[in-house]
Each structure stands twice: as C-alpha cells, then as structure tokens.
Ligand binder design. Structure first.
Ligand SMILES: [Zn+2]
Length: 330
C-alpha cells in the first residue's frame, strides 16, 4: 500500500497519455502527426520547455467534448489512486481550450463528471483550480474569470502557469483581487525558472496562499526565513524539475536542504504523462535518489494535507492526517 498523500500541483492537460490521445483523436476525427503511440511516446522525450509546450498545446486538439475531459480526468484519478493519492487539487487551463473554440462550460462540466464520482470510485476527494496563462494578457485573464462565474461552485481557486520568465506576477494584480473578492483561493507558479523576487511578488501583490514550485527561494535567505515563519506551502515537482532543466539532475535537487531549512514542502507530479511519473513515482524518486528517510517522507505526506484547501472539511483533513501517522513503510 502506498503512502497516503494529497496532490496539489497537477495540470489535468498534462496527464494525457499517448494511448488516450490516440483514442480521443480517433473519436473526434482529429489527425495527429504521429504514426502510432510508440512514435508519440518518442515525442514525449522533448529536450526543453519550448518543445514540451509545443507538444502540450498540439495534443490539446484532441480534447473537444465534455466526455473527452471526463475521460481525461477519470484516467488521471485511477492512476493517482493507485499511487496513494487521497485528495487532488487539479489545475486546468481554460484559455488553452477557449482559444480552440471549446467553451468553459464544456471543460468544467466534463471534468466535473469524473470528479463528482471520484470519491465513490477511487476514494479520492478532489477540487478544481482554474489557472490563467501568464504569457497571455491580463485582459484575457479577466475575461476568463468572467466566463467562469457560472461555475464558481465547482472551482475552489485560481492559479497562474505557463512560461514564467518575463511575465511577473504583478501583471495579474487586478484579476487576483477580483478572484479574492469572489471568495476564490489563490496560488501561483513562481520561482521555478523565474527569480526569487517573483515569489515575493506573488505573496505581496497577488496574495497567494501557496507557491507552486518556488524552489528558487533558496537563493534568498530572507525569503526562506519568511516562508518558514509564515508557513507558506511550496508545491515541488522533482521529476518535472529534471525534465525541464530547473535542476541538472535529481541528485542535485534542493528538496533535502529545503526540508532542513524548515520549509513546508510538498511533492507533486506537475504534468505526469510528460515528465516521467505520477505523485507516487515522484515520492519513490526522491526516496531512492535523494535518500530521504521514512520520517521525511511522512513529513512530506503530512505537509500535503496541511497545505490542502480542506478548510471546509477539517474532519476529512484530520482523517487523512491520521492515515499518514498510522502508515507503516514496507
Ligand atoms: Zn505546473
């Protein structure tokens, strides 16, 4: 039995495995420029951020209907459950779909169909976080928030993702203010490839409660002290960091130093179909490569539930935390 954990940094579009991509392409009569799943899997071995993003957006063309989004989310939840995920806070990128003529309602309703039965089917509770693409305009983010208004009972918060450098958090000050006014929780990618100052800006200007990635905080001692003092959770994605060259090799990952510094770190999968593994795979990798002991792994699992947006259901959080404490490593 795998260690129980929450997944807090997971892009649902990044869970599209080659087999499902081909199945959806056939169903929707979308031509993919790959002969078969083997050739597509080969393309998943991209070499940098841009080649990843190109493939990522290219494959989204197969997602057209509610049923497609339902199948995508269902496939993720099945895999996540098998790796010990008990609670998932799932990102989606509406702008990437709206730009292709797929409506917000199609995306949210489709994902929701899978999420609504996830607890019964897989024993995984879920929440949805809507991300703005930071390389699109602030105006586009504002329009996206507007389009989401009929679905806010299904969305717990907003996030900020895609290419970080050159798109500082402050660009989205107004839309985050509006989101807060609507009662939405706030997170943002910051300090993955962007500088530590982006983390400070995400906290001070956007009012984020959790920082996605954030590993470059280690370059700024005062910032580390602040993150520790304010108990700001960081959602780290070790295998993603290796594939996108945020670190040279997993053995160089700052996770052990971050835990030693007292940071509230969590381990997540980001875009697991592309980056070589789901949540449990990331735990296994840091265990074997970084030599984290059982108490460190338990701390990471505990942190994931402490950092979850479960304030509406503290009983559930307590139950999950009790599972972590009772877990016996094999
Ligand atoms: Zn991400």
């Amino acid at each position: 039995m795998p260690l129980p954990k929450a997944e807090l940094h997971l892009h649902i579009e990044g869970t599209l495995e080659p087999e499902l991509a081909f199945a959806l392409a056939a169903r929707n009569e979308v031509a993919l420029p790959y002969a078969d799943t083997d050739e597509l899997r080969e393309a998943y071995r991209f070499e940098d951020l841009q080649s990843f993003l190109n493939l990522y957006y290219e494959l989204m063309a197969v997602l057209r209907t509610e049923r497609d989004f339902e199948d995508l989310a269902d496939a993720y939840l099945a895999r996540a459950a098998a790796q010990g995920v008990r609670h998932a806070e799932i990102f989606f990128d509406p702008q990437a779909h709206i730009a292709r003529g797929v409506a917000m309602g199609t995306v949210v309703e489709g994902l929701w169909r899978a999420l609504a039965r996830s607890e019964d089917t897989y024993g995984v509770s879920t929440q949805l976080i809507m991300c703005f693409l930071r390389d699109e305009s602030a105006e586009s983010a504002r329009e996206t928030l507007e389009a989401a208004k009929p679905y806010l009972d299904r969305i717990v918060g907003v996030g900020l993702d895609s290419a970080e450098v050159g798109h500082p958090p402050a660009k989205f000050r107004e839309v985050y203010q509006a989101a807060a006014g609507l009662g939405l929780r706030r997170v943002a990618h910051a300090g993955e490839e962007g500088p530590p100052s982006y983390i400070v800006e995400a906290l001070d200007v956007l009012g984020v409660e959790r920082v996605d990635h954030g590993l470059r905080c280690m370059e700024d001692e005062a910032l580390v002290e602040r993150l520790v003092r304010e108990r700001v959770p960081l959602t780290l994605c070790p295998l993603s960091n290796v594939r996108l060259r945020a670190v040279d090799a997993l053995a160089d990952h700052p996770l052990p130093a971050m835990l030693d510094a007292g940071l509230l770190c969590t381990v997540n999968s980001d875009d697991p179909a592309y980056f070589g593994g789901y949540a449990g795979d990331n735990f296994d990798a840091v265990r074997s490569t970084l030599g984290l002991g059982e108490e460190r792994l338990r701390e990471l699992a505990r942190n994931s539930f402490l950092a979850s947006f479960l304030e509406h259901d503290e009983e559930r959080r307590a139950r999950y935390l009790a599972e972590v404490e009772a877990y016996e490593f094999g």
